[in-house]
Structure formats: C-alpha cells, structure tokens
Ligand binder design. Structure first.
Ligand code: EPS
Length: 390
C-alpha cells in the first residue's frame, strides 16, 4: 500500500477492535454515521449466530479527524465488543496472580484443545506454540472484519468524493444460485440492500433462506459466492510494469485473505477457460469521440489497470468451520481422536462476507486513487483530479 495503510488489532472477545489508518490527506469529510451504517450492514444476514444479537457495532473515532474532517494525521478507529463484559476474566490482559475460583473456572471452561477442521486451530497452535486453542480462535475469528469494514467505510467516503461508488451482493448460497439478475446495477444494489441474504431476486432469496434453515437444522453450515462491483473509475489505476502493482492481483489478495474465502474471480473469471478469444475480449467502439464497449468480460481490468469499465470481482466463501455437527479431529493435548470444538457459530455468513469484500475492494481502490493523484489535502487533490478529467 502506497497511500492508504492500516493495521488492526483486537480479539473476538477482547475489549475492542482498533484500527490505525495512515496516509489519508487532510480535508476529507468523514462521517461517523456513515461508518456505523456500514457496520450495521455487516451485521445483517439470515443465518448469523447469537453473537450478532449481542453486538450492535458502532465506531468511535479516536484521532485524526477534527470537526468531521481529516487532518492528515493517522486516524484511529475503535469498535467495542459488547460481549467483552461476559469474557473479562477469560480475556484479561494482565497475569492474574490470585485469580478467584470463579475466574479460574471461567478460564478453564473457555479453553479448548480439540481442533476445528478448516479453521486456523491446528496450524496456529503449532506455529505459536499454544496449548490452549482459545489463543488461536480469538484473533483468527472473523470478528476482526468488523473493524475492517469501518476502515473500508473511510475508503468509500474518500472514493465518493470522486464519484466512485460500489456495492456488493450475494449470488450463491449452498447450491442455490442467482440466475436472474435485475437489469441495472442500481436495481441490483437496491434489492440486495433490502434483502437479509443480500440477494437481488426475492424468489432466489427465499430458496437461500430455506437452504440455510435446512443446514441449521442439520447442525451444518453453508458457503456461497458474492460479487463486488465498483463503477465510475478513472482509467489507469494500477499498472502492468510490476507484478505487485497489478490492480487485479492486489484485489485478489484483498479478497482472498478474508477469513473463509477460497477463490476470487475477476470479470468472466473461471468461465474464461471456456471462452474463445473472439468471445472473451471486450471490443472497443467509438461514437462522437467517446469510447465504449458492449461487454465487460475483463471485469474492468486489463493489463492490471482499470480500463474505464466497472470493476467486477467475485469471491467464493467456504462453509464456516465452527459447527454444531461435530467433525472428526484430534485433541492437541494427547493427539488422541476427538470431536471438534463448538460453542456457537453462524450457519451462513456469506452476506456479511460480501460487505467485508466491498470494504476491502474500497481500500485497494482508495489506495490506488490517492497514489495516482498525490497531494496532501483535499483541495489540491480535487484540482489534480479535475485537471485529469476524473
Ligand atoms: C463474528 C463473531 C463471532 C462469530 C463469527 C464472526 O462471534 P462468536 O465467536 O462470539 O460467536 O460469530 O466468527 C466465526 C464464525 C469464525 O469462524 O471465525 C463476527 O462478528 O463477524
């Protein structure tokens, strides 16, 4: 990341999740209420577990913003974990010399040694030399995506100043696929936003909910596919000159590293294998000196650069590995066969994952845009954008 850098910290049941964003120029309007709307969007979703009833994620901006505008200083964001109140003894950051019997009981109750297949438990315990898998669970949990959505919301507010907007929607849950797409992006966005499975077709959404119910009843979990689309991008973000500057590669990394994501596609994606060159490539036409295309199989990216079409990225999320139906596994304390750990979980988190992916795409795009435009303050950057006809 050249311009929009950030780090997060925080455990799933710790006090809070925190992010520090660095590189944001001065003078950008950032609204807390807009960040909170995005946080709420991540929490919605048919099939989510009991934790979402406990949390009502809201952000506190701790620094870097004064009277609603960025100052050019690092921005610190915090989302408190409401559930922490129930975990204070277990997640204590100090060594308790004389913990109460009650505290010892709670710590023991929450420690576990039976690996969840598909989660970070096994490799994490070996890598960090843990005997209590709680240490792996706490940071590997997808809970941390809450603060990432807050960071993404800052990125989206910056992009919006340049007319760049995007959305996400769910195109598959389990074996239920969205076959009927509303005609325009505006319609897809509106319908997905109103749906608790983020699906733009009501009948498909019903079938998705049924699939989630069936999986829940069986103590099982479901994965699926989502799509993120951003439009109105200037041509030439990213580059072909080095592999780490290719915007398609950067977007793939950003989506692939979301917990439980197993595949990323851009434009035609895996279907590109079946398409001949004459079918795959988006021909260019011109009318009144305006260049246009009638297809977008490239998903808005050619040669690792934006080409002026909408960016279309798909992600595939596997079914959540924390599940009621216990899978065969091992116990790390004696390497004996065991049943996997389960406390509570989501049956399906694909709608939430779509919102997280939207945030990740926004962060990469904001970084690419700010890197291209340079400058230290909003007025300066806006002038450059106008000069370049963005
Ligand atoms: C999550 C919070 C977690 C899980 C989920 C994501 O809450 P808890 O562990 O307290 O139930 O609901 O994380 C996972 C399922 C996982 O496997 O990491 C959240 O806020 O998104």
């Amino acid at each position: 990341m050249e311009r929009f850098r950030f780090l997060t910290s925080g455990e799933s049941h710790g006090k809070c999740l925190t992010a520090i964003i660095e590189g944001i120029p001065a003078g950008f309007k950032i609204k807390t209420s807009v960040i909170n709307e995005d946080l709420a969007r991540r929490q919605v979703g048919y099939g989510r577990g009991a934790r979402m009833q406990i949390e009502k994620d809201t952000v506190e901006i701790k620094s870097g913003i004064r009277f609603g505008k960025t100052t050019g200083a690092p921005i610190c964001l915090e989302v408190k974990n409401k559930d922490y109140i129930n975990w204070q003894d277990v997640m204590d950051t100090e060594k308790q010399e004389y913990p109460t019997e009650e505290a010892i009981r709670k710590i023991e109750e929450k420690s576990f040694t039976t690996v969840r297949p598909g989660h970070a438990d096994w490799a994490g315990s070996i890598k960090y030399n843990f005997t209590d898998l709680r240490n792996v669970l706490e940071r590997s949990s997808a809970r941390k995506t809450a603060i990432e959505v807050a960071v993404g919301s800052v990125a989206k507010q910056i992009l919006k100043e340049f007319g760049i907007v995007g959305f996400s929607h769910v195109i598959q849950i389990g074996n239920v696929k969205l076959d009927f797409y509303p005609k325009t992006y505006t319609l897809i966005k509106e319908k997905a936003e109103a749906s608790d499975v983020r699906c733009a077709d009501e009948l498909t959404a019903d079938r998705m909910r049924n699939a989630i119910d069936e999986a829940a009843e069986a103590g099982d979990t479901l994965g699926g596919k989502f799509e993120v689309i951003f439009g109105n991008l200037p041509i030439g973000l990213g580059s072909y000159v080095h592999w780490d500057k290719a915007l398609d590669g950067r977007l793939a990394q950003a989506i692939m590293s979301i917990p439980a994501v197993k595949a990323v596609e851009i434009g035609a994606g895996v279907d590109a294998a079946y398409l001949r060159g004459s079918q795959m490539h988006d021909e260019l036409f011109v009318k009144n000196k305006r260049v246009y295309r009638t297809t977008n199989n490239a998903g808005g990216l050619e040669g690792g650069m934006t080409n002026g079409e909408a960016i279309v990225v798909k992600g595939t999320m596997k079914a959540i590995p924390t599940m009621r139906k216990a899978l065969a596994t091992i116990d790390i304390k004696d390497l004996e066969p065991a049943s996997a750990h389960f406390e509570r979980s989501d049956t399906c988190a694909v709608p939430a994952c779509a919102v997280v992916a939207e945030a990740r795409v926004a962060i990469i795009l904001a970084d690419a845009l700010l890197s291209k435009l340079g400058g230290d303050n909003f007025e300066e950057i806006k002038k450059t954008a106008e000069r370049l006809n963005f």
